[in-house]
Design a protein around this ligand. Structure first.
Ligand SMILES: Cc1cc2nc3c(=O)[nH]c(=O)nc-3n(C[C@H](O)[C@H](O)[C@H](O)COP(=O)(O)OP(=O)(O)OC[C@H]3O[C@@H](n4cnc5c(N)ncnc54)[C@H](O)[C@@H]3O)c2cc1C
Length: 467
């Protein structure tokens, strides 16, 4: 049988210890952090230790016509790592070395399996920082976050992953290895392949090496917690802070539903008698931080809020941990948490918050909303039970309406969680048929046999079936 032959070849190429076939182990790779998507066991999981190993995997996959599903830590929220068509899960867990920290060029070069926080721990002694900071910073990999173009809690001031990726090594579906970009601050040679692969969700190539830009770590920061009795006051505060030209590093929101469950989960003394809390951090040189913090406090008070400042590092860590706990904490209320990341221009944040409240009422659903308010990137999280078919029907209708509202406000389907399999059918709403066709043509050019993460972003197989 060809699968058996493929397994023999994989064991020969990678060593038997890098080829996992035990059904109980395979089960662990049949899902990721995404709710309301199908699960599927792969035929095999491989754990390559080098780029040469990855090339071997691609060649064997092509020979036996097996799909490859690249996987970092599986924390994505769009079904990106689910091996929909069986085949090979390529887990980067053993490609986890920091290859170089280069303080002269302010860069670091890593293998894809390096955990984001580990990179930051390693560059901190040089007084440097790698800013992308998803809630999963302690578990997510550099490869997964580049392939997803993750954002996070510092996106407002520092941008997202694509703003830090300077160079990549990628194994293509043909088995060829290419390098694009590098350490130079300027590079306009050819099409911008670094940007193309960043956010390509494992559908165009397997990233095997990443060079990122580092920045000097801020000298000072102030972290504040603000509470509001009305959701609209919180939204207006966000808009006004930006209008006053203060760009905090972090400007996060948690609504009442979220605050209650986070407090019940983390017990850190968050006030639960509020419609919303904002978590705000300004950073930079001390004089600027002082001015910005004062301006923020003034805006909060003007919008009927109260504000407390974290007095020390422990209090700051507590607040950030509370925000990071939002999604796991929401799972206390109901077993299925469907989290969206439709994003709107910052000036529309209040309209979006109010629309989400209305959608919750209209479909009789409990929605906890938190997220990167300063980026216009909210995470409305619908709390449901996948076993309740009627409820799930209402959930799907509500999700569609969330996307429609976000797009009507000039927003986007996804600010940072990607398309994966979860949002494929909505792509034409934002990009139009011609736009989606451009994605399809790129996919066809780079992966004509459709072996890399098939069934995600654009589906060439479906097209074949329809012919
Ligand atoms: C509680 C929680 C909080 C989160 N908070 C945030 C947040 O604040 N901001 C944010 O942006 N995201 C957030 N996420 C989503 C997720 O954590 C990030 O997208 C994360 O960066 C994914 O990293 P990973 O290693 O888990 O990647 P995976 O989930 O393993 O993979 C993600 C995608 O990348 C592909 N991939 C993985 N490795 C490679 C590679 N080497 N080459 C090519 N393709 C590859 C996969 O096929 C998949 O499509 C959160 C998720 C959870 C569960």
């Amino acid at each position: 049988m060809s699968l058996e032959k493929a397994l023999t070849d994989l064991r020969r190429a990678l060593g038997p210890h890098n080829v996992i076939t035990d059904p109980a182990d395979l089960l662990c790779y049949s899902y990721d952090a995404t709710a309301d998507v199908p699960t599927q066991r792969p035929d095999v999981v491989v754990t390559p230790e080098s780029t040469a190993h990855v090339v071997q995997v691609v060649k064997i996959a092509r020979q036996y016509r097996l799909p490859i599903y690249p996987r970092g830590s599986g924390t994505n929220l769009s079904g990106g790592t689910i091996p929909l068509r069986g085949g090979i899960v390529l887990a980067t867990v053993k490609m986890n070395r920091i290859l170089e920290i280069d303080p002269a060029n302010l860069t670091a070069t890593v293998q894809p399996g390096v955990i984001i926080q580990d990179l930051n721990n390693a560059v901190a002694p040089y007084g440097l920082l790698y800013p992308p900071d998803p809630g999963t910073v302690a578990t997510a990999t550099m490869g997964g976050s580049v392939a997803e173009c993750s954002g996070g809690l510092r996106g407002l001031k520092y941008g997202v992953t694509r703003h830090y990726v300077m160079g990549l090594e990628v194994v293509l579906a043909s088995g060829e290895v290419i390098r694009c970009g590098g350490k130079t601050v300027k590079n306009v040679t050819g099409y911008d392949l670094v940007r193309l692969f960043t956010g390509s969700e494992g559908t165009l190539g397997i990233i095997t090496e990443i060079t990122v830009r580092l920045i000097p770590a801020p000298q000072a920061r102030e972290t504040m917690l603000a509470g509001f009795a009305r959701l609209a006051d919180a939204g207006n505060t966000v808009t006004e802070i930006i209008q006053r030209k203060v760009i905090p590093a972090t400007l996060e929101i948690m609504d009442r539903v979220t605050v209650e469950v986070v407090e019940n989960y983390a017990h850190i003394g968050l006030p639960t008698d509020v419609a919303a809390l904002l978590l705000i951090e300004v950073d930079g040189i001390p004089e600027v931080v002082k001015y910005e913090a004062e301006t923020v406090r003034e805006i909060i008070k003007k919008n009927n809020g109260w504000v407390k400042t974290a007095e020390n590092e422990a209090a700051r860590e507590n607040l950030l941990a509370a925000r990071r706990a939002a999604l796991p904490a929401l799972a206390q209320r109901k077993p299925t948490t469907i989290l969206e990341d439709a994003t709107v221009p910052r000036s529309k944040i209040t309209e979006m918050l109010l629309a989400l409240e209305e959608i919750g009422k209209k479909y009789d659903l409990l929605i906890g909303t938190f997220g990167h308010a300063g980026d216009g990137n909210l995470h409305p999280t619908i709390l449901a039970d996948a076993r309740d078919e009627d409820e799930m029907r209402r959930v799907r209708a509500a999700v569609e309406e969330i996307f429609r509202v976000a797009l009507s406000l000039g927003g986007t389907l996804s600010g940072e969680h990607g398309i994966g399999m979860a949002k494929m059918r909505f792509l034409p709403w934002e990009m139009g048929a011609s736009g989606v066709n451009v994605l399809r043509q790129i996919k066809k050019a780079l992966d004509p046999e459709n072996i890399l993460n098939p069934g995600k972003m654009v589906d060439l197989a479906q097209e074949e079936e329809q012919k």
